[in-house]
Design a protein around this ligand. Structure first.
Ligand code: SAM
Length: 255
């Protein structure tokens, strides 16, 4: 089975079909991924005094469930009903519940949520790189800015596209998605597109198109949206060597 889906059409989350949602958890490799990154997000959110956290690209819930387990009141949001349904199933499986769960396009987050505001927002698992248009990225970040209370924190992560574009993709850069035997790699990589291929042990294949967002550009976009004190981490550490890390996390604040 091959599902080749195109994110350049503007329907960013329609890539996540029901069958891909079923496979996503194998790709994510929950246990290994949370062992590696769960404590990092928990530590930063707790240190900032956050209680109400919105995950704006919940997917099947790996981070939202983990944060609920740590005791945060988590609102789980995703543009894909399929992914959100799987996240709720996973929350039940792990014995936690979300404060709320809603299918919302990240571009209209503030309009849909109205006056609701949060102490922190997370956008993890390379999700922001699903936006292909500069103005859409600005719109999405302004929307996130508005749904945060003053002093609110945003954590956003992405693959280290700088290294991929400047040095080429290396198979050692398979850091984030560690599901068993899932073969992940780019089939097309240039400054305007990173098309990743995912091959599962049963032969199922999927493709996802992502925008290879450079880290300086994302910092600029965050500041352009009004965020301040942007901190950057590479594979959850700093300082870091841009040539060596697989993922970059940026933490920004609403003044
Ligand atoms: N955060 C999860 C994780 O780490 O496993 C999911 C990551 S997955 C790569 C990206 C998610 O972003 C998908 O669930 C997709 O539906 C969602 N997404 C992409 N574009 C979106 C948009 N414009 N609005 C809301 N969700 C979107």
């Amino acid at each position: 089975m091959t599902e080749a889906l195109n994110a350049n059409t503007g329907t960013h989350f329609t890539q996540y079909t029901r069958s891909f949602a079923e496979y996503w958890d194998d790709l994510v490799g929950w246990e290994a991924r949370l062992a590696r990154e769960g404590a990092f997000y928990n530590r930063h959110l707790h240190a900032h005094g956050a209680k109400q956290v919105i995950d704006i690209a919940t997917g099947t819930g790996v981070n939202a469930v983990s944060l609920a387990q740590y005791g945060f009141e988590v609102t789980a949001v995703d543009g894909s009903e399929n992914m959100l349904a799987k996240a709720q199933e996973n929350a039940r499986h792990y014995g936690v519940s979300f404060a709320d769960a809603k299918a919302i396009d990240g571009l209209s987050l503030d309009e849909t949520l109205g006056t609701e505001q949060f102490d922190a927002a997370v956008c993890l698992g390379n999700s922001f790189t699903h936006l292909f248009d500069h103005e859409d990225r600005r719109t999405a970040l302004r929307a996130i800015f508005r749904i945060l209370r003053p002093g609110g924190m945003l954590i956003i992560d992405q693959r280290n596209y700088d290294a991929m574009l400047d040095q080429g993709y290396s198979s050692k850069h398979a850091f984030c998605y560690t599901g068993n035997n899932v073969d992940v790699g780019p089939v097309e990589l240039h400054r305007s597109l990173a098309k990743f291929n995912y091959v599962f042990p049963d032969g199922a294949r999927f493709e996802l198109n992502m925008y290879p967002l450079r880290q300086d550009y994302l910092t600029h976009l965050l500041e352009d949206a009004g965020f301040v004190n942007v901190e950057r981490y590479g594979d959850m550490r700093r300082p870091y060597d841009t040539n060596e890390v697989d993922f970059v996390q940026q933490i920004a604040f609403r003044p």
